[in-house]
Design a protein around this ligand. Structure first.
Ligand code: WTA
Length: 630
């Protein structure tokens, strides 16, 4: 057992002896000195219809291209190549609902499902490059739908099933999507949620949708509009849904998906990821950081609706031929042992989750985990926000029994995969994501781009291109260049929007976002989205949203509202406004508190000074107020 507060936690010899990567420093050095060589070697482990001509094309910075001239399709690696080898009859997906219903699919069965879905999409006229919007609970069909799009070269745009109709409608419109795939519902904490009803509301606002395919899951009575709405099971029984479908041969740089994420200003950005580089990057990071073995049962307890789910529930594990565990439901329903039951039942080897989930389960005490045999676990993982050392130690001691390294992965929707993370062999420090992944030079810099001294806070930058990087913001190349690549144009650095420190051992400690992005329970939300939702209420004239530390959620949302003339602020209206944001954006965005104010602190140019609000709320020094308007 480790001492109570050691500098390093060392991985156990069992873990080290079998690790895929036995050494960090040498390989890291090589991967930096010959980045293209390193990535070419990784790419060679995948199947290509045609090998690339050039690993990295830097001719039009910051619009980098990877594996240029290569012909591929992520499905060739995620499914097709498994069908001829040892993985054919291996389980690809084990799915369980909150109430304990299960379904499982071998790679062979997965292929049939994906082919059928792909043929249905084709029969609806979906072609290469079309954007298909997917709005679903965590069901196997959600994964089939994503993979079916990829197979025929269509681009999926998944909208998280917890988002409201407004958020769904704006994403459908931005993508000009003709087709929506949804379900008659999901369930959470024993309650059925009618997703189709929300989809109907969204479709009223999105004239581009011509066809909506609904998967039956909850047996709910839903409205089906003739000629627009189709049940998935009906389509599946038609001859069009043949279980054979050829995978479309694509260019490495063809689009795989867009995924919206929140930023400082304006509407969420649709980040674009592509087939070739993303396949290489996600599968390499997954295999090396989580030490994936053929016999492993891998559980990434995120939702496929977010980047973590895209990269590490769906694509990377399938490329690596893992058996994926999917669970649709709350971690603590009906009891706080629900997850530990799953780990025991399926013999999960690797569990990857978020600090919020860990904190949420930790508060129920150790006894819920202690009732279960968790000895199959070999590695644990964390993502989404900095993990507080207390939660880290609980996860390490109680869930991992002091023998499973915690792979704390720092990355973003924009990066496609892990950028900073330990390996199973590296000594760990609770709360630090460790060192850069291979091929990446990570800096913590000042305004001029100079590395700040050890222990000082600075901006986290990535100094090089990497294969998993987002290629652009959909439809807005300029925005992509401005948002991520303009702070240190001369040096060519990518700015992540996070602040961090580096310690004397070269370990990176991510502090948090520097912009107006909140991480609420690990979900990424922009203050501007919350403010627009508030202002869309007829009683509200102006609004400001800030994040304050929250014991479980990381950030809690606090809002300040100026009401329209003649409207009185009372408890009823406060509640109404909280719920209004919930229904505009989704439950996750519902503020903890709405405070009515007469005015908001603003700069002379009219920008809300959220840091002043934050400081006041926390009783801290308000800092430099010289730009504050009187
Ligand atoms: C934060 C999630 C500290 C960070 C994959 C980043 C983290 C944002 C970590 C991206 C971590 C993610 N430690 N902070 N291990 N992982 N973050 O796009 O602020 O939803 O910029 O991607 O989450 O959030 P996103």
């Amino acid at each position: 057992m480790p001492e109570s507060n050691p500098k390093f936690y060392y991985p156990s010899t069992d873990v080290v002896e079998r690790a895929n990567v036995q050494e960090y420093e040498e390989l890291y050095k090589r991967s930096i000195e010959d980045r293209e060589g390193f990535w070419a070697e990784q790419a060679e482990q995948l199947d290509w219809y045609k090998r690339w001509d050039k690993v990295l094309d830097e001719s039009n910075k910051p619009f980098y291209k990877w594996f240029v001239g290569g012909k591929t399709n992520i499905i060739q690696n995620a499914i097709d190549r498994h069908l001829t080898g040892a993985n054919r009859n291996k389980l690809a997906i084990i799915w369980e609902s909150e109430s304990g219903t299960t379904q499982s699919f071998s790679y062979y069965a997965l292929n049939r499902e994906v082919c059928q879905f792909a043929n249905i999409l084709k029969s609806m006229g979906i072609k290469k490059g079309d954007i298909v919007t997917i709005y679903m609970p965590q069901l196997p069909e959600m994964v089939f739908a994503m993979l079916a799009c990829a197979k025929i070269g269509a681009v999926h745009s998944v909208v998280y099933g917890g988002f409201s109709y407004e958020a769904l409608a704006s994403r459908i419109s931005a993508a000009n999507s003709r087709i929506l795939i949804t379900a008659d519902g999901g369930s959470r904490r024993g309650k059925k949620i009618n997703l189709k009803e929300i989809a109907d509301e969204a479709m009223k606002r999105s004239p581009t949708i011509e066809v909506c395919i609904t998967v039956k899951h909850n047996n709910l009575d839903v409205n089906m509009e003739a000629e627009r709405d189709f049940w998935y099971h009906d389509l599946k029984s038609l001859p069009i849904a043949s279980p054979k479908c050829k995978t479309t041969i694509l260019d490495a740089e063809d689009k795989l998906f867009i995924l919206y994420t929140s930023g400082t200003t304006g509407a969420p950005k649709g980040m674009v990821h592509t087939h070739g580089g993303y396949s290489v990057y996600t599968s390499t990071t997954h295999k090396m950081a989580f030490d994936i073995k053929p016999e492993d049962r891998w559980w990434c307890a995120a939702d496929p609706g977010w980047i973590t789910g895209h990269s590490y529930i769906v694509y990377a594990p399938l490329i690596n031929g893992s058996t994926i565990i999917m669970y649709e439901g709350a971690p603590n329903y009906p009891y706080p042992n629900r997850w530990w039951q799953m780990v025991e039942k399926y013999g999960v080897n690797i569990l990857y989750t978020s600090p919020t989930a860990i904190r949420g389960l930790m508060r129920f005490g150790d006894q819920w985990a202690e009732r279960h045999d968790l000895s199959t676990l070999r590695l644990l993982g964390s993502v989404g926000e900095p993990i507080n050392p207390e939660a880290w130690r609980w996860f390490y001691d109680v869930i991992g029994n002091g023998k499973c390294p915690i792979i704390d992965t720092w990355w973003q929707t924009e990066t496609g995969g892990f950028m900073v993370c330990p390996l199973p062999i590296t000594p760990l420090k609770p709360g630090s994501a460790g060192q850069p992944f291979f091929g990446n030079e990570i800096g913590v810099v000042d305004e001029e781009g100079n590395q700040v001294p050890v222990g000082q806070e600075g901006k986290l930058v990535i100094k090089n291109p990497w294969p998993g990087m987002a290629r652009t913001v959909m439809g807005d190349d300029q925005r992509y260049a401005d948002l991520y690549w303009s702070d240190y144009k001369e040096q060519g650095y990518y700015t992540a929007g996070d602040s961090a420190k580096i310690d004397e051992d070269g370990y990176i400690w991510v502090i948090g976002r520097m912009d107006e992005v909140l991480k609420v329970s690990g979900y990424r939300l922009g203050t501007s989205e919350i403010e627009s939702a508030l202002v869309s209420h007829p009683s509200v004239s102006e609004a400001a949203a800030i994040g304050l530390p929250h014991e479980l959620k990381g950030h809690g949302i606090y809002t300040y509202v100026i009401l329209n003339e003649g409207v009185t602020g009372d408890k009823v209206l406060q509640k109404e406004l909280q719920e209004h944001v919930g229904s505009e954006l989704g439950k996750i965005a519902q503020p903890e508190k709405v405070t009515f104010v007469e005015s908001l602190p603003k700069t002379r140019s009219g920008k809300i000074m959220r840091r002043v609000l934050r400081a006041r709320a926390l009783g801290l020094d308000e800092g430099d107020l010289s730009t504050l308007e009187e």
